[in-house]
Design a protein. Structure first.
Lengths: 117, 113
């Protein structure tokens, strides 16, 4: 079936602008995660949703970053007043908890490459 | 919070050789350890994972071992092929209903024909 999709694949913007990054999770997956990956680094957690609510937003770097998931499926990561340091790959992952197995596996999308000039 | 260290940062091998990547973690409560492969311009792809109730898991040419006492785990790739060339990431989390992953910094594996 279809995996996690993210749009746009690339985004170039100017310092100070507002951007929105979209994530379409795997159908039926109830959990959705956003991670940020800087060049040469591993992904770093930003926020995760269970259903429509943000269950943990402790990884958001500051109040310029915000994410929503209004209907419990698609999620949008919003960055206000972008700065050059926001340039990175923004990854989305979704997962489905298996009560029988008692475990969850995260599946990642291809990411959005954000460049702030 | 959890901290994951990964070594080496780069690894070059000849086709057919074995490759080993090692990770250590700091939080003794962590009990889920996935490995992801990331090719250029793509998102991380899960290749194998291990949970703390087992010490080793194997899937064809790939195996992962876990030493909970020492808090380290390793990825072993045998009979490497050029298509194994990619960046590999280890991660750790406290497995439960849902849990965030803490990643290592990655290992760039280059397999030369």
């Amino acid at each position: 079936g279809a995996g996690v999709s993210q749009t746009p694949s690339n985004k170039v913007t100017e310092k100070g602008k507002y951007v929105e990054l979209r994530c379409d999770p795997i159908s039926g997956h109830t959990a959705l995660y956003w991670y940020r990956q800087s060049l040469g680094q591993g992904p770093e957690f930003l926020i995760y949703f269970q259903g429509t609510g943000a269950a943990d937003d402790s990884g958001l770097p500051n109040d310029r970053f915000f994410a929503v998931r209004p209907e419990g499926s698609v999620s949008t990561l919003k960055i206000q007043r972008t700065e050059r340091g926001d340039s990175a790959v923004y990854l989305c992952a979704s997962s489905l908890y298996s009560p029988t197995a008692g475990e969850e596996t995260q599946y990642f999308g291809p990411g959005t490459r954000l460049l702030v000039l | 919070g959890e901290n994951v260290e990964q070594h080496p940062s780069t690894l070059s091998v000849q086709e057919g050789d074995s490759a080993v990547i090692k990770c250590t973690y700091s939080d003794s409560a962590s009990n889920y350890f996935p490995w992801y492969k990331q090719e250029l311009g793509k998102g991380p792809q899960l290749i194998i994972d291990i949970r703390s109730n087992v010490g080793e898991k194997k899937d064809q040419r790939i195996a992962v071992t876990l030493n909970k006492t020492a808090k380290h785990f390793s990825l072993h790739i045998t009979e490497t092929q050029p298509e194994d060339s990619a960046v590999y990431f280890c991660a750790a989390s406290i497995s439960g209903r849902y849990s965030t992953l803490t990643f290592g910094k990655g290992t760039m594996l280059l397999v030369s024909p």
